[in-house]
Design a protein around this ligand. Structure first.
Ligand code: BEZ
Ligand code: FE
Length: 275
């Protein structure tokens, strides 16, 4: 294969995959190459722009470690995460909608009993959450594993702080025999996604703000049901219609009621899909 030019390069790369054993890998990589080449043709990509792109992706990788996932942040801010979630979880009549996972989930959060305080001393006004987990026919789901994670009153997750030796604002609970769960956390506030890396540079260059509306994350797993990864957003938040990562669904906006003693209460029902 010689004398490849801008008109023949795409076909040459596609033909190079002829020996691939996996039809799915071939389909995905083939489409990626076609779209990438079409993108370069459409914008008539210059060599210095290509170099800038390589520098940006290199910096994105270099910003990643076991606590920081800049590539997820990039996917989230470009809408790829929401697109992927949406096309894999079409909205069904009764089930709770899924939304983006985000970069701040940590495996192995502490298992806590019903009613526990999961704040771990994090700053914030007290929030008492009660939730029920049901299946599509309205049946309660006992024994579901529920991961909860949330930011504190400064808008920071525990993994964004240095020097903490215990979890703050994250825990694993199990629903009781009535499919219910209760815990105490802190009132979530809007927060900016991290902007001290290449994704922050990109947002500034594009004239975009980094804010997410206040929310609490949930991941609910139970045998016989599809895993649900979602958030509950705080009603009235100023960023509900301009979430930096496009995660808001109207059905996920909760009523965080203020109580006379300065605490807050949220009741929310989750409905899982059968697997
Ligand atoms: C989060 O909600 O934790 C999150 C989601 C996407 C990007 C950054 C943060
Ligand atoms: Fe979050």
């Amino acid at each position: 294969m010689r004398n490849i030019n801008e008109h023949t390069i795409t076909e040459a790369v596609l033909q190079g995959m002829a020996g691939c054993d996996s039809p799915r890998l071939k389909e995905v990589m083939g489409a990626l190459v076609r779209h990438l080449h079409d993108f370069a043709r459409e914008v008539k990509l210059t060599e210095s722009e290509w170099e800038a792109g390589i520098r940006f992706l290199t910096a994105t990788g270099q910003k990643c470690d076991d606590k920081r996932q800049e590539f997820i942040l990039l996917s989230d801010t470009l809408g790829l995460s929401t697109l992927t979630v949406a096309q894999n979880h079409p909205v069904s009549a009764q089930a709770t909608e899924a939304t983006v996972f985000g970069p701040f989930y940590v495996e192995g959060a502490p298992q806590v009993p019903q009613g526990a305080d999961i704040s771990g001393g994090a700053a914030g006004e007290p929030l008492f959450v009660r939730a029920t987990v049901r299946g599509p026919a309205g049946e309660v789901v006992p024994g579901a594993t529920v991961n909860v994670w949330q930011a504190d009153a400064d808008g920071l997750y525990d993994v964004q702080r240095t020097g903490l030796d215990a979890a703050q604002g994250r825990a694993v609970l199990r629903t009781d025999a009535q499919g219910q769960l209760a815990f105490r956390g802190v009132l979530p506030v809007p927060y900016p996604i991290p902007t001290d890396g290449p994704v922050g540079d990109m947002l500034r260059a594009l004239g975009r703000h980094p804010w997410r509306p206040a929310h609490v994350h949930f991941m609910i797993e139970a045998p016989g049901y599809q895993t649900l990864i979602t958030h509950v957003f705080r009603g009235g938040d100023p960023y509900l219609d301009s979430d930096a990562v496009y995660g808001v669904r109207s059905s996920l906006i909760g009523d965080f009621r203020s109580r006379a003693d300065g605490s807050h209460a949220l009741d929310f029902d989750f409905v899982l899909e059968c697997s």
